[in-house]
Write a protein that binds this ligand. Structure first.
Ligand SMILES: [Zn+2]
Length: 73
């Protein structure tokens, strides 16, 4: 993989940290994208962020497993 060529949309810097886990404290539960499966009504797909380490802008938010049956309202 190596370095990505992404640049921060805010400050133009290239000091992007990729794949940072979007986390929460344990008692707040998990944050993620909800999806439906055959076995459980709703799962939560963890998502990840690419963050500019210079100014703190989140350049990208994404999940690592696309193609699920996303739960939408
Ligand atoms: Zn930046």
């Amino acid at each position: 993989m190596g370095q990505i060529s992404a640049k921060c949309t805010h400050c133009g810097g290239s000091n992007i940290v990729c794949g940072v886990t979007v986390d929460q404290t344990a008692d707040a539960g998990r944050i993620g994208l909800a999806y439906k499966t055959r076995f459980v009504l709703m799962g939560t797909e963890q998502f990840y962020a690419d963050v500019c380490d210079d100014c703190g802008t989140i350049v990208r938010l994404y999940v690592k497993t696309p193609g699920k049956t996303w739960y939408t309202k």
